[in-house]
Design a protein around this ligand. Sequence first.
Ligand code: F6P
Length: 327
Amino acid sequence: MSLPPKTIAVFTSGGDSPGMNACIRAVVRTARGQGIRVFGIIRGFQGMIDGDFRELESHDVSNIIQRGGTILKTARSKEFLTKEGRTKAYANLLKHGIDAVIAIGGDGTFAGCKVFNSEFNTPFIGLPGTIDNDLIGTDFTIGYDTAINNVVQVVDKIRDTADSHDRLFIIEVMGKDAGFIALRSGIACGAEAILVPETKTYLDDLIAKLKAGWNRQKSSSIVIVAEGDESGGAYAVAERVKAELPNYDTRVSILGHLQRGGSPTAMDRVLASTLGNEAVTALVQGKHNSALGIVCGRVEFTPFEKAIKHHTSLSPKLLHLAEVLSN
Ligand code: F6P
C-alpha cells in the first residue's frame, strides 16, 4: 500500500445497524479532508464482486448521520465464500485503484477481510457494526445502544398492558447467539427474569420465581428471552409456563426487526464518527488487518485472527445486578 493511501473503499456488510451511516460519513469526510479519494461499495462483498462502486464526496454524506440502516446497503454474500468470487472482487478493487478498504460489520465481515487479505494482500480495517455487541476489542459495537433503546421503548409500552391486564409477557429479543441485548435491555426495563445463552437456563427456577411473585400478589411480569437462549425462545418458555401456571394470563411478543432500525442514538453517532475517523487515521499511519474498537475510552486494535475466534463475554456484575434487582 502506498502511504498515505491515495484511494480507499468503504462498505457495510452483514446485518445493518444504526450508526453505520454516521460511520460512512466520518470515513468520507476524514479521507476527503486529507485529499484521499473514497469509493463506497454497494452491498458489501457482493458489490465488490459485482463491481458496484460509487465515488463519494463530502456532500454525498450530508444529512445521513441521523438515519438508520446503511446508504451503502448490505448483504450476506455466498459468492464471496468462493475463491472465484473473491478473485472477481480483487479485479474490481484493482480496476478502481483501491489501496485499502474499511469494512463495517460483524465477525463474519472480519472473517471475509482476513481471508481476502491472505490471498491478495489488500489492507483492511474492520469497524464493529452490529446490534449484537458480541465482538471483542470494543466495549460497544455501533448500533447496540440504539437497539437496546429500541427494546426499552417497546417493553415499557408492553409493561403498561401487562400491568393493566395482570399479565405475564415473555418477550424475545435479538442477539444471535449472545445475550447482550437481552441483559442490558432487561435491566433497563426492570424485567422479572432475563434468559441468556451465556448462562444455564433452569425453567423450573423461572417458574418457581414467577409462582412466588404470584403468591405475593404480583400480578404482572416481564421475562426477556434472548433468541439464542437454550430454552428455545419465547414460545417454548411460554408453553412450559402456561402448563405450570395456568392461571397466569401469559402472552408472547417477538420484537424482531424493529430492534434493528431507526435513528441512531447520540452514543451510537459519536462512537461511529470516532471509529470512522480513527480508521482513516490508522490507514494513513500504515496500520491494517485489524478490527478497531474503543475500550475504556481508548482506541484499540484487535487482529482479525483474534477478533474472529473470540467472542466477548457478558459482565458477571451485570448478570448479578439483574438477579438482585429482579427479586
Ligand atoms: O446480527 C444482527 C441480527 O439482527 C441478529 O441479532 C439476528 O439473529 C440476525 O441479525 C437476524 O438476521 P436477518 O435479518 O438476516 O434475519
